[in-house]
Write a protein that binds this ligand. Structure first.
Ligand code: PBG
Ligand code: ZN
Length: 323
């Protein structure tokens, strides 16, 4: 006697009843890139549908995405001036502070996350302060990261996501936030972030490619699975509220490993290169883009993710609105 699996596949209603994984609009965080100026909306050639936007355009985008039920965003800033320590992001009038305030004023219930790093703000494009031998000084970067976190907090951000892969960053930010009255502000750690070639298109949008060297001294080796779990568990121990695996598609095994090792909510970052590949295949006419996109997003949840940070969030919510 053999088992007849096909019995439960005979019609859509039954298939839906036995479906194990479902994508919803509540799963997504949508990345937005803010630039100085007004009326600016520059599309990124490798990432059709992704723009650098001035604050006024960001507000229009927020107004629109709310109408399709997309309520969470993660902000990246592209400042006009850069220097060796990223001073722009350490002042209260920084572009990111002004953006947070503008969004929260107009849309108080929009959930605003900020990426906390230095690579967009430094002239050398590395994720922290460099020391004499041109490596990122971990502990000096912790000090200015805490300063940056307080600036985001004062501007009214809802969650902070440090992405620089500095050791001890979660503890440093948690201490700074707690001792300044922000004990209820959550931290989403970029806890397991690999030194990935999939970030290429992002560095074009964010104008944040390192001018010399690479990020292998602080981001993880894609070959390491056990270390990937350890990285996330250490951030949990330091006080992270949400863990993350980044990139997503080439790391589904790691998502599952961390899901099985921690009880914290888990985010994945479906990064720029992953988005660019699907868009390129769409333009080349070689895939059914919408179906491939939804299947890809579903795979993240099936692997164990609760939250998906993705440039597809808007398209996905538009599709989910039609269903
Ligand atoms: C900044 C940061 C990066 C990404 C998110 N935050 C780039 C990097 O580490 O080089 C990548 C996002 C993407 O590729 O979509 N540290
Ligand atoms: Zn960085």
């Amino acid at each position: 006697m053999f088992k007849r699996f096909r019995r439960k596949r005979v019609n859509e209603t039954l298939r839906n009843l036995v479906k194990e994984t479902i994508l919803t609009k509540n799963d997504f965080i949508y990345p937005l890139f803010v630039k100085e100026g007004t009326g600016i909306k520059n599309e990124i050639s490798s990432m059709p549908g992704v723009f650098q936007m001035s604050i006024d355009e960001i507000l229009k985008e927020c107004a629109y995405i709310r109408t399709i039920g997309l309520n969470s965003i993660i902000l990246f800033a592209i400042p006009d001036v850069k220097d060796s320590i990223g001073s722009e992001c350490l002042c209260e009038n920084s572009i990111i502070s002004r953006t947070i305030k503008a969004i929260k004023k107009e849309f108080p219930d929009m959930f605003v996350v900020t990426d906390l790093c230095f690579c967009e703000y430094t002239d050398h494009g590395h994720c922290g302060i460099l020391d004499e031998n041109a490596t990122v000084n971990n502990d000096a970067t912790l000090v200015i990261s805490a300063q940056q976190a307080l600036i985001h907090a004062k501007a009214g951000v809802d969650m902070i996501a440090p992405s620089g892969m500095m050791d001890g960053i979660i503890e440093a930010l948690r201490d700074a936030l707690d001792s300044n009255g922000y004990e209820n502000l959550p931290i989403m750690a970029y806890s397991t972030k690999f030194a990935s070639a999939y970030y290429g298109p992002f560095r074009d949008v964010a104008e944040s490619a390192p001018s010399k060297g690479d990020r292998k001294m602080y981001q993880m080796d894609p070959a390491n699975r056990l270390e990937a779990i350890e990285e996330s568990l250490e951030d949990e121990r330091q006080g992270a509220d949400i863990l993350m695996v980044k990139p997503a598609l080439a790391y589904l095994d790691i998502i599952r490993d961390i899901r099985n090792s921690s009880k914290l909510p888990l985010a994945v970052y479906n990064v720029s290169g992953e988005y660019a590949m699907l868009q390129a295949a769409k333009i080349a006419g070689i895939i059914d883009y919408e179906r491939v996109m939804m299947e890809t997003l579903l795979s993240f949840k099936r692997a164990g993710a609760d939250i998906i940070i993705t440039y597809h969030a808007k398209e996905a919510c538009e599709l989910l609105s039609k269903q």
